[in-house]
Design a protein around this ligand. Structure first.
Ligand SMILES: NC(=O)c1ccc[n+]([C@@H]2O[C@H](COP(=O)([O-])OP(=O)(O)OC[C@H]3O[C@@H](n4cnc5c(N)ncnc54)[C@H](O)[C@@H]3O)[C@@H](O)[C@H]2O)c1
Length: 424
């Protein structure tokens, strides 16, 4: 497990981080909270919930005091991680439990809103997995209820706590790669995204991701993480959104698309794209930030300059041969030669191959915030906008239109101002 301490070894002092990464303020009091514990209840400890628990049980500042699930196999598995936790089958009972300071909500997407609102109203701090809600209106209501109740609100966007993402963003913001002209994100897989179902009546409960009643499919499950990269890099929110989705391969009764492309356009015309096909995995997943002086590939954790030093040895020879070969092909007159992709191997952002995705540090930050009862900067807003962007992408696909970012869903954050103040 990568800890905050490991992270600081890589990324320098906490003070330096705070200037550029406001959500690291969660760690400002960490020396004063030694010996204290965040008492956590996990609601919906299925696959993701158990993964998060596997980090929390190793954190001396966390005690998982309760779990709640309406599916016995999930309870049985979760109890293997926390045998002493109280068990509830109704989340409202867990929320009445005075021993619970904060909740980690890992139920399917359609249940996030109801449970998160009830948690805030019960006086609990909340960590909710992404995406926040299943509609932008739900997300706004969750954000507003967090503000009104003053309870801590974290969203499961682990890249915000990942060393290579943070360092890359510092380079982007320092202008290392020049002007950012495009963001390309994609997530390719080859698999049906199904989980085995013990009996047919459990199909929708287990495979909730595949049905629109519970999920927005690839947009909420995958795009939500990747779209956040663009707004983080550009420090602004796109204003126009368009896309297309279809079921082209997995025609197995699912309702969510297996083939999606979306385009998000920023005020200056720069575009961010998200693409996902789950019947070909050749390109895997990546988030690419394209500047006029260089490129970052965040999943790989590498950066590349446009004017790279010549690649050594054989690679250079191949490049030279290819270029001279293309130069010699008179397809469209003597001045034209096809562009060949840059084969330079680039450099690791942190100096080494990535090992972690930020989840453990994110959970440490949540525990600190629950103990101190202080909301760290910008994290709720980042989680909110990532959620709303993926949901607007879904809406643009469903309606077959190019959407303008609706005024009513803008917060006072980045380049947007709150248009309407809703009373909750
Ligand atoms: N941040 C990430 O990278 C990441 C990765 C995977 C999943 N997730 C998110 O985690 C969430 C859960 O995904 P998952 O794959 O663990 O799903 P899952 O189906 O494995 O687990 C959901 C659990 O919630 C339980 N549940 C459903 N309704 C409930 C209710 N009313 N009360 C109590 N328990 C209830 C289910 O029985 C199940 O145990 C989703 O929001 C998903 O988007 C995030």
């Amino acid at each position: 497990m990568t800890t905050r301490r490991d992270f600081l070894k890589i990324s320098g002092s906490a003070g330096a981080l705070l200037a550029t990464v406001p959500w690291f303020s969660a760690f400002s009091d960490s020396n004063n909270t030694i010996g204290e514990k965040a008492r956590i209840g996990v609601i919906g400890p299925g696959s993701r919930g158990q993964f998060l628990m596997s980090f929390m049980v190793k954190n001396p500042k966390v005690e998982i005091v309760a779990i709640c699930d309406d599916y016995q196999p999930s309870i049985d598995e979760a109890l293997k991680l926390t045998p002493k936790a109280k068990v509830y089958t109704d989340y409202r009972k867990l929320l009445e439990d005075k021993d619970v300071d904060g909740v980690v909500v890992t139920v399917p997407l359609n249940m996030h809103h109801e449970i998160v609102i009830a948690s805030f109203e019960a006086g609990k701090h909340v960590f909710c997995e992404k995406a926040l809600g299943i509609t932008p209106a739900e997300c706004l209501n969750m954000y507003d209820t967090h503000k009104r109740t003053g309870k801590v609100f974290f969203v499961g966007q682990q890249r915000l706590f990942c060393d290579r993402y943070i360092e890359a963003m510092e380079m982007v913001h320092a202008g290392t790669f020049g002007e950012i002209e495009g963001i390309r994100t994609y997530w390719f897989r080859n698999g049906d995204w199904r989980r085995p179902v013990p009996s047919p009546e459990l199909e929708r409960k287990i495979n909730w991701r595949l049905y629109k009643e519970y999920s927005r499919g690839l947009m909420t499950e995958l795009a939500c993480h990747q779209l956040q990269i663009g707004t983080w890099a550009l420090k602004s929110i796109p204003n126009k959104i368009m896309g297309h989705g279809a079921i082209t391969y997995w025609k197995d009764g699912r309702e969510v698309y297996d083939n999606i492309s979306t385009i998000y356009v920023f005020d200056n015309g720069v575009k961010m794209t998200f693409e996902s096909v789950i019947s070909n995995k050749f390109y895997g997943l990546e988030e690419q930030i394209l500047g006029n002086k260089g490129t970052v590939e965040l999943e790989k954790g590498k950066y590349f300059y446009e004017t790279a030093q010549p690649a050594p040895g054989f690679l250079q020879l191949v490049n030279d041969v290819e270029n001279k070969l293309f130069d010699a092909i008179p397809f469209a007159g003597t001045s034209w030669a096809p562009e060949t992709a840059n084969e330079n191997k680039g450099d690791y952002i942190t100096g080494k191959r990535p090992k972690t995705d930020g989840t453990s540090v994110l959970l440490e930050a949540f525990a600190e915030a629950v103990i101190t009862e202080k909301q760290p900067g910008n994290i709720a807003e980042e989680g909110y906008y990532a959620s709303v962007l993926c949901l607007l992408g879904h809406q643009a696909i469903e309606d077959g239109v190019m959407l303008d970012f609706p005024e009513e869903y803008k917060l006072d954050y980045l380049n947007h101002k709150r248009a309407v103040t809703t009373e909750v």
